[in-house]
Design a protein around this ligand. Structure first.
Ligand SMILES: Cc1cc2nc3c(=O)[nH]c(=O)nc-3n(C[C@H](O)[C@H](O)[C@H](O)COP(=O)(O)O)c2cc1C
Length: 214
């Protein structure tokens, strides 16, 4: 099943980073399920999925996160709020867990996946822990992009949120010093009619400035 090029561009032009959500409108359960699934389906390097996505529903936690987000109102006013976290490292156990899952889902004998496992381990071990962490963080941004594009396709508004204190979020969410760390967040819901940013023309560089054909 496909959508037309016009439908795709229409959703991507319709979306913008919402500054003011309508706090009275909630995303229906079936649509939210699809958006969570879009996170699950995000591709990652070697398929390793070095992330966890924390859907913060608890209003008291949302209030605490607000203080760690330059008081940006999207944190408490959006219907849903997701904190995207990255694994802080990538160990043999992580790779083992992925190979086991791959074997289980695809019905492949685990022995035949040995070379793949060895290759991933070689790749990961050639990096420092900081490089592995940075690699994981890059994967998380793919999930953010997929979530925002999926939301736009479903007529759901979103605001990616990098204006947050990652260490503050880690503290509030009990992640500090653990296996995962906050990278970025995303507020999702419905724009408030009073959000004047909806009227602003979409500002991008000319296509010829950002796309080069060779
Ligand atoms: C990774 C990322 C982080 C962002 N963080 C914030 C944020 O903390 N608060 C905010 O209001 N907008 C944030 N934005 C929105 C951008 O400013 C916005 O996407 C950009 O200006 C383009 O405008 P548009 O998304 O409305 O087309 C962020 C965008 C991205 C991609």
């Amino acid at each position: 099943m496909t959508i037309s090029p016009d439908q795709l561009l229409c959703s991507l032009r319709w979306r913008y980073a919402i500054k003011q959500f309508d706090p009275s409108r909630m995303i229906p359960g079936n649509i939210w399920d699809a958006l969570e699934e879009s996170l699950v389906l995000t591709p990652s390097s070697f398929g390793l999925q070095p992330w966890k996505f924390i859907v913060v529903a608890d209003p008291s936690l949302r209030m605490k996160l607000l203080s760690e987000s330059w008081k940006q109102p999207q944190v408490t006013e959006a219907s849903h709020y997701v904190v995207l976290t990255a694994r802080t490292d990538l160990t043999s156990d992580d790779i083992e867990a992925w190979i086991e899952r791959l074997s289980e889902v695809q019905g492949t004998d685990i022995g035949t996946l040995g070379p793949l496992k060895g290759m991933i381990e070689g790749f990961a071990q050639a990096m420092s822990q900081e490089e592995r962490r940075a690699w994981n963080v890059r994967q998380v941004y793919i999930a953010l992009g997929q979530l925002m594009a999926s939301a736009a396709a479903l007529g759901i508004d979103a605001c990616p949120m990098e204006g947050i204190s990652a260490s503050g979020y880690d503290h509030v969410l009990g992640l500090a010093g653990g296996s995962h760390t906050t990278v970025v967040a995303c507020a999702l819901g419905y724009r408030a009619v009073s959000d004047k940013y909806a009227q602003a023309p979409k500002a991008r560089f000319e296509r010829s400035q950002v796309i080069k054909h060779v």
